[in-house]
Design a protein around this ligand. Structure first.
Ligand code: MN
Length: 201
């Protein structure tokens, strides 16, 4: 069964100015689509052909050669699906009470969470992802390189921001910090974080 590009959960022009429709055209229409296409090419005729995405990611996480290529493309499909779900037009602003409580307990305040997340994102050298994760019942921040994701370390992700240059260069040029801060403040889908939190229990 071939994988298909999952539809965006919002209109492509609804995240501007933080993420423009032009960026979505490239990021979703070209980069994300290419990961899906390459994954299908790579798994054709292999036992992975009948597996779901998470099974493929876990099975190939320590692979080399072709398995590594399958991992990279499968994980990037999952990461991008997860990233789009992490965003909402008119998101951000004030987190709902149940999430605010976690943010306060784990980081002291929403502002401290935002600043720590931005710091982690700019300290991720090169391409990768910044994550809000659940660790020992608290929120925590982590980063991964390239296609890596928390799932392969058994960590439950709650939210993510793509920090590959292709995610922000058209709209923010080299300003990764400004991009991540704007995503948190303007686009965070708190409902999705609530859903992921519920799934962990
Ligand atoms: Mn990306």
């Amino acid at each position: 069964m071939a994988f298909t590009l999952k539809p965006l959960p919002f209109p492509k022009d609804s995240l501007a100015p933080t993420i423009s429709a032009k960026t979505i055209d490239h990021h979703y229409g070209k980069h994300h689509q290419t990961y899906v296409t390459k994954l299908n090419e790579l798994i054709a005729g292999t036992p992975h052909e009948k597996s779901d995405l998470e099974t493929i990611i876990k099975a190939t996480a320590k692979g080399e050669g072709k398995e590594k290529k399958i991992f990279n493309n499968a994980a990037q499909v999952w990461n991008h699906d997860f990233f789009w779900d992490s965003l909402a037009p008119n998101g951000g602003q004030k987190p709902p009470e149940n999430i605010a409580k976690y943010l306060n307990d784990s980081f002291g305040s929403f502002d401290s969470f935002r600043d720590k997340f931005v710091d982690a994102a700019i300290n991720q050298f090169g391409s990768g992802w910044a994550w809000l994760v659940l660790k020992n019942g608290k929120f925590d921040i982590s980063t991964t390189s390239n296609a890596d994701c928390p799932m392969t370390s058994g960590i439950h992700a709650l939210w993510t921001c793509d920090v590959w240059e292709h995610a922000y260069y058209l709209d923010h040029q080299q300003n990764r910090a400004g991009f991540v801060k704007a995503v948190i403040e303007n686009l965070t889908n708190w409902q999705f974080i609530g859903l992921r939190l519920a799934q962990a229990k």
